[in-house]
Design a protein around this ligand. Structure first.
Ligand SMILES: [Fe+2]
Length: 186
């Protein structure tokens, strides 16, 4: 199990080092996701942790180099090449997780895909991402709007309502904090 995961992790890190920059803070995002995967697996031990962990390392490899096409589509293409090379038997299951993680044009319909989509959104709430985006946008454009992103993330927690409820206070707190931050004009 660990070998294929380690290889996917190497591919993920190579994608960042080839681009020579990590504007989406993916390195920190992945660490948060690993913690979330283990937390969810303790609560819901029936999902395949290997598929979810591969999904973690492969779902965002389409971000770099930066492009206009949906990163979920590019990540799926890159993940397919990697998993075919490795002759990985659960290729379709992992690719579905990668392709559907944004809950956008393709919705997650396997247990593992629902977990990946959930932890992708949940991890934003336990990391500094909203503040990072707001700070950067405020510097460049003088204002920011991350509230839509916060609400979309919260909406995408619907597959696990009990854990969504655990995050409700944090969701509300981010909105209060960011509204207050927006008022300070320095
Ligand atoms: Fe992600």
């Amino acid at each position: 199990m660990e070998e294929i995961i380690n290889k996917s992790k190497e591919l993920f890190l190579k994608n960042i080092s080839d681009f020579d920059s990590d504007p989406f803070n993916l390195k920190s995002h992945i660490i948060e996701l690993e913690k979330w995967a283990l937390y969810m697996h303790k609560k819901y031990p029936d999902f395949d942790l290997e598929i979810v962990r591969l999904g973690i390392y492969l779902h965002d490899i389409g971000h770099y180099p930066l492009q206009d096409e949906d990163h979920a589509v590019i990540s799926e293409k890159k993940a397919r090449i990697f998993l075919e090379d490795e002759k990985y038997p659960k290729l379709d299951e992992v690719l579905h997780c990668v392709r559907s993680h944004r809950c956008k044009d393709v919705m997650p319909d396997s247990y593992e895909a629902k977990v990946l989509a959930f932890i992708d959104s949940a991890s934003h709430m336990t990391d500094s991402m909203y503040l990072d985006i707001a700070k950067k946008q405020k510097e460049v454009e003088g204002y920011y709007d991350v509230f839509g992103k916060i609400d979309r993330d919260f909406r995408d927690l619907a597959h696990f309502p009990e854990v969504k409820e655990e995050l409700k206070e944090l969701h509300d707190a981010w909105k209060i904090l960011l509204k207050a931050y927006n008022k300070i004009d320095i």
